[in-house]
Write a protein that binds this ligand. Sequence first.
Ligand code: ATP
Ligand code: MG
Length: 503
Amino acid sequence: MKMMGVPKQPILEARQIVKKFPGQTALDKVDFDLRAGEVHALIGENGAGKSTLIKIIAGVYRADAGEIFIEGQKQVIQNTTDSRNLGLGFVYQDLTLVPHLSVAENIFLGTYPTNRLGFVKHAVLPDMVRQIPDALEMDVDLKKPVEELSLIQKWKVAINRALALKSRIIFMDEPTAAMTQEEVDQLFELIRHLAGNGKAIVYVSHRLEEIFSIADRVTVLKDAKKVETADLKEVNAENIYQLMLGRDFKDVFPKKHTFQEDKLLDIKNLSRGSSVRDVSFTLSKGEVVCIAGRAGSGRTDLARLIFGADKKDRGDIYVEGKKVEINCPTDAIAKNIALVPQERHIEGLILPMDVKQNITIASLTKLFRWNRIPFLSKKKEQALVHPLVEKTAVKASSLAQEVQYLSGGNQQKVVLAKWLCSEAKIMIFNEPTRGIDIGAKFAIYQLIHDLARIGVGVIVISSEITEIVGLAHRVLIMESGTIKAELQGDEASLDSVVQQLFA
Ligand SMILES: Nc1ncnc2c1ncn2[C@@H]1O[C@H](COP(=O)(O)OP(=O)(O)OP(=O)(O)O)[C@@H](O)[C@H]1O
Ligand SMILES: [Mg+2]
């Protein structure tokens, strides 16, 4: 963001803020300063103290020590009315809108103009919306109930409500947690518009990649302390990750092994409509190739083409030097290609079947190659499935539990176990860690690493840049259906991938 004529004095300054909760310190002498017209990201791991800081400035909590200055004036913020009167606006993730009330009513919630009898003057509300200075344009009927709006329109309502209260600073606590990439992009447009009009934005997140795309400066909190405030032009993603976690992000991932170049998969000019256009790349035995790209870049479509889940328009696929025809997933499985899909409910699992059936299903033809009778003894099944369940750390009451009753993360692990059982030589993972907890994430990273080490060629599609960089021998950047860049080995740093994605 260009900051023209930015005043030297911060619009908001918090000094040495301390907040203690029983048994723990949530903020330990934290300093924070904010300038008009800037987007200031507040980043840190879960529990670092981000929301607590915001709530203290909002007057939701009282600080145990510290001072807050607004435009150089010391202020005592005792409650949310105080913060509102100081021009501080807060948009929380749940947006706190009233669903059945109209857009205009929500924008003026609690501050309605009333006539002498105390009735709300509904007729004048839409006009008042139009008069809010710097308001975001509402491209919907202002009388429409808010519940009928899209998520982004609801955000506009919530932001306009803050603007109606003459907020000069708008705080957003993890706004994108439940958003799709498109919605994130739209929200960023709104944020840029606000900053362009001189508003200051405090943007809380723990997504590193978002910070670089939207913020001017960043303050990193770790274990209740401020570790750094930096200009984003002067730091890179590695620096911030290091500050946030207190360790090099490379230490989070298994150490990358070296592999012999031995071409396993060769994709030539694979195309389908406008979603995948002339994609060519190779994959060696033991190599991990990660595909980065924003939503709609064609990553998932590419995976589906290789796996035969969609039909290609043209292009060729070679496995171990031989051209293969893949017209459906069965063809792909026969060529030892597996896809661990993103939508595991739709594609990866048969929900009413139990854990062991789901694990063995893709391998049945292989298991029965040597005997004609399609029957797997209980003992054999147990011997086969048990180690896989252990390895992937599936938490289920028993192997006979139906997968529909497992948690999302555990369902993901069953899908993994299923493909491990199939002994595929080429494994494609689409968002392997989405929605699973940190512990399970590391187990999956280890698993991917182990697979590659025994010679499996692995393709990982992910929206998490850290996991892409942490796992990949090579990173392909996809955009508009094509591979726009390829980063090899050390070239594939967090920073270079962030740059390629947002360039
Ligand atoms: N009302 C409360 N009572 C007791 N402890 C609290 C309260 N609110 C926060 N804490 C504690 O203070 C610490 C900081 O919490 P905070 O919510 O500020 O973290 P955060 O950085 O926003 O994390 P997240 O990324 O998970 O939202 C945590 O350890 C939390 O458990
Ligand atoms: Mg929080």
